[in-house]
Write a protein that binds this ligand. Structure first.
Ligand SMILES: *[C@@H]1O[C@H](CO)[C@@H](O)[C@H](O)[C@H]1NC(C)=O
Length: 177
């Protein structure tokens, strides 16, 4: 009885902190190496449409000596694919990183397996909060292993199904590394 109540309190507190879904057991070596972006979803769809700031195709992650991550990706700019990178700085919470890009961004790993990873990006600037959820696969076909977890995560983050783009479908017209 008492421990059930304690558990409820714990769940309530972690929900309050908004990170109940964050990965509890994160090993940065697991996310190193090449990736392909399979799906992007956002609370504001315009950011993941042509010309949007978050229409990105992640190509790889390198772990730096200090524990930060170097994330490389292709971004659509003026109708072309441009290779860029950002340095995600580690925070006190495992699997949670931060970087500046149109405001402050929190990058949280939600799922990491041998095949897929789900990344949650929360951007905060003077216009409010934007959430972008990304599904990446080790190969283009591996992404299917993450679809159910991705659907769950986008729904708990308030991202509607209509606000999700399948990059596999329009990759041939965009960046095809
Ligand atoms: C991050 O990766 C890019 C692309 O490979 C490279 O040009 C850049 O120097 C790297 N930055 C750091 C700090 O390692």
């Amino acid at each position: 009885m008492r421990s059930a109540r304690a558990m409820k309190l714990l769940l309530f507190l972690s929900a309050l902190l908004g990170l109940a879904w964050a990965l509890q057991d994160f090993h940065p070596e697991q996310v190193e190496g090449p990736w392909h972006t399979i799906k992007l979803g956002a609370t504001d769809k315009t950011v993941i449409e042509e010309g949007g700031a978050y229409l990105c195709f992640m190509t790889g992650i390198t772990l730096l000596q200090n524990g930060d991550l170097n994330v490389t990706y292709f971004h659509r700019k003026d109708g072309k694919c441009v290779k860029e990178y950002y340095i995600a700085e580690k925070t006190g919470s495992p699997g949670r990183f931060t970087f500046e890009y149109q405001g402050k961004n929190y990058l949280t790993f939600v799922l990491v397996t041998n095949d897929v990873t789900i990344m949650d990006l929360e951007n905060q600037n003077d216009r409010g909060t934007l959430i972008v959820a990304e599904l990446h696969g080790r190969s283009l076909s591996a992404g299917k292993h993450g679809l159910e977890a991705y659907r769950k995560h986008t729904s708990r983050r308030g991202i509607e199904q209509g606000n999700i783009v399948d990059l596999l479908e329009y990759r041939p017209h965009l960046c095809d590394p």
